[in-house]
Design a protein around this ligand. Structure first.
Ligand code: SF4
Length: 338
């Protein structure tokens, strides 16, 4: 049994323009110890999907269809009280900006001890020992001193290590990390990526990382979901997708990565913008931006414009595109990524 199973999940927000379907028919699984990435541009629905897994959606957002199972137990009918026991205890979240996650008026020690006491019966002295142990595990320098410091006294990288230490205090089974390295500079990013990989491998923790940055996801994850306008358009092994993406949107994201183009080569941007979710086009939502979505005379292809593509299994990947088989058949053979 998978650690987490998501089946046909749909999340909606009512609005003046009508119902906004922020997550549409999303299905995936996460195994114990697996590192899964969710990638897409802003507005693709990645964060809404992550928040909906633990019913942490801001109101009036709600799950209207589908199931989320954790160790086989259905989460969607659970009360807030029952879910609180799972959140923090079994599933921990790490957010983009560590400084806004931490409370500025409490020391690191107070925050770690409070977090432990909120979920476990534990004496303050034992909680302090455990907090120190986690800081050491996260290779935080001078951990005793850090416990007495306030967040503003730490660097961004150190703050993110503390946030990860807090997330790991209760030995969760899953960590959900929303853009965990976006607010950090490149060197610190690499350290946090290495740290998360090592922690998941060593402690068999499942990791879901949400990012707009395919470079970060490529280094950190084993499996990848690519989202566009609330739907998964491609999913499969990360390395396979990065070396040989099959959905035109994923290909566009990869072509826009600086390290994958030759020196002095202009980066290929995907034309146009992600549609607002309240006005996502019919059919394949990517069709107005897709270079394959038009006939040679420049007319939109009828099936791209009118029918939502079903899932096509291709190798170890799944791709939602009407024309994927033809695109594979005509694609030039390229060298794999080193
Ligand atoms: Fe492009 Fe059509 Fe495939 Fe959508 S279904 S990605 S518009 S070719």
């Amino acid at each position: 049994m998978a650690l987490l199973e998501v089946e046909h999940l749909e999340v909606c927000f009512p609005s003046r323009d009508g119902e906004i379907r922020a997550v549409r028919d999303v299905s995936f699984t996460l195994e114990r110890g697996e590192r899964l990435g969710i990638v897409g541009e802003s507005g693709a629905g990645k964060s809404v999907l992550a928040f909906s897994l633990l019913k942490l959606l801001s109101r009036p957002g709600r799950i209207v269809r589908g199931q989320v199972r954790f160790e086989g137990r259905e989460l969607t009918p659970l009360s807030d009280r029952q879910l609180r026991r799972i959140r923090g205890n079994r599933v921990a979240m790490i957010f983009q900006d560590p400084l806004t996650t931490l409370n500025p008026v409490l020391t690191i020690g107070q925050q770690m001890i409070e977090s432990l006491k909120a979920h476990r019966r534990i004496a303050a002295r034992d909680a302090r020992i455990l907090a120190l142990h986690k800081l050491r595990q996260l290779q935080v320098s001078s951990p005793e001193q850090r416990l007495e410091q306030y967040p503003h006294q730490l660097s961004g990288g150190l703050c993110q290590r503390v946030v990860i230490a807090i997330a790991l205090l209760l030995d969760p089974d899953i960590i959900i990390a929303d853009e965990p390295t976006t607010a950090l500079d490149v060197t610190i990013q690499a350290e946090i990526i290495a740290l998360l990989r090592q922690l998941c491998d060593k402690h068999n923790v499942g990791l879901i990382v949400i990012s707009h940055d395919l470079g970060v996801i490529g280094q950190l994850t084993q499996r990848l979901l690519v989202m566009y306008a609330g739907r998964i358009v491609e999913q499969g092994p990360t390395r396979e997708i990065i070396n040989d993406a099959q959905h035109p949107y994923t290909q566009g994201l990869i072509n826009a990565l600086p390290q994958m183009t030759l020196p002095r080569q202009r980066l290929a941007q995907i034309p146009g913008n992600m549609p607002t979710l309240s006005r996502a086009p019919d059919g394949c939502a990517f069709h107005p931006r897709c270079r394959y979505g038009f006939t040679s005379s420049g007319q939109p292809r009828q099936d791209c414009r009118e029918r939502v593509p079903g899932i096509i299994v291709s190798g170890d990947s799944q791709v939602a595109c009407h024309w994927v088989q033809e695109l594979i058949a005509t694609a030039p053979v390229e060298e794999d990524m080193p």
